[in-house]
Write a protein that binds this ligand. Structure first.
Ligand code: FMN
Length: 244
């Protein structure tokens, strides 16, 4: 094993869901900042980065968010809570950033392998076809005919309907969440991912629109040994991995 894989093993093994943190520990500002900077480097579908990260730092805000996380002890004792939000509704803003970036001559002609078009035409024409949610029934019907026709003779992307938009954005946001949690361990601290929360009230607290989706809240702090629920349990490798 190389040195890097040993280090990575240690990080993966040390990342556990801590249900209680030591409130006597001070969390340096750099721990969450560095980890969010790493999380932002996570891959995202079409590199659209339809995510946002809300840092809950003050004692008062943590108390309120912990209440909205159903008073889970991990949230109550956290030094900081970060809320990972999927923002499919921001697709136009992200598209505009990409189009501006692609105006540069050197990137104009790079072909996008998936659609055989340039990056520029991918972001100007394909992206709106996927993310535009006006008249979803009509759009889905047109897409169904298009996809049926395209996939008759060759494989073609199937998960392109309005119901897939939340899945796509949540997927990418969760990848950022995992990068974040591994980084927190690398920084010497611990975390608890939480979906046991009142997403409606959290959105209201963060002043987010209905179209935003709470991916998960992640409590961060110094984990207490008693914050672990026993040893890690996983299904055996052969039960979940299939060689084809
Ligand atoms: C998306 C997601 C949501 C979770 N939500 C909660 C939660 O609300 N409360 C909790 O105590 N644990 C929560 N967990 C933690 C899991 O229960 C935990 O990761 C799992 O039992 C495996 O334990 P380990 O992370 O220590 O290996 C969540 C995990 C994930 C990935």
């Amino acid at each position: 094993m190389t040195n890097n894989s040993e280090i990575f093993n240690q990080i993966v093994d040390k990342r556990r869901a801590y249900r209680e943190f030591d409130t006597n520990f001070d969390l340096p500002e750099s721990v969450v900042k560095n980890s969010l900077e790493r999380a932002i480097k996570s891959p995202s579908s079409s590199n659209m980065q339809l995510w946002e990260f809300y840092r809950i730092k003050s004692k008062e805000s943590i108390k309120e968010v912990a209440r909205l996380c159903l008073n889970q002890l991990g949230a109550i004792t956290a030094s900081e809570i970060v809320i990972f939000v999927a923002r499919p509704d921001l697709w136009k803003e992200r598209q505009a950033v990409h189009l501006k970036r692609l105006e540069k001559v050197e990137t104009k002609n790079i072909k996008n392998k998936l659609f055989g078009s340039s990056e520029l035409s991918y972001f100007s024409t394909v992206i709106p076809q996927f993310y535009n949610l006006s008249f979803p029934c009509l759009r889905d019907l047109v897409k169904r005919i298009y996809v049926w026709n395209k996939s008759r003779k060759a494989p073609f992307m199937q998960d392109v309907y309005s119901k897939h938009i939340p899945v796509v954005t949540q997927k990418s946001t969760a990848l950022a969440a995992q990068t974040f949690m591994l980084s927190i361990v690398a920084e010497g601290y611990d975390s608890l991912p939480m979906e046991g929360l009142d997403s409606k009230r959290i959105k209201k607290f963060l002043k987010l629109p209905k179209t935003a989706e709470i991916n998960m809240a992640i409590a961060v702090g110094k984990g207490k040994p008693e914050g672990l629920r026993g040893t890690r349990f996983r299904l055996p490798y052969d039960d979940v991995v299939f060689d084809i």
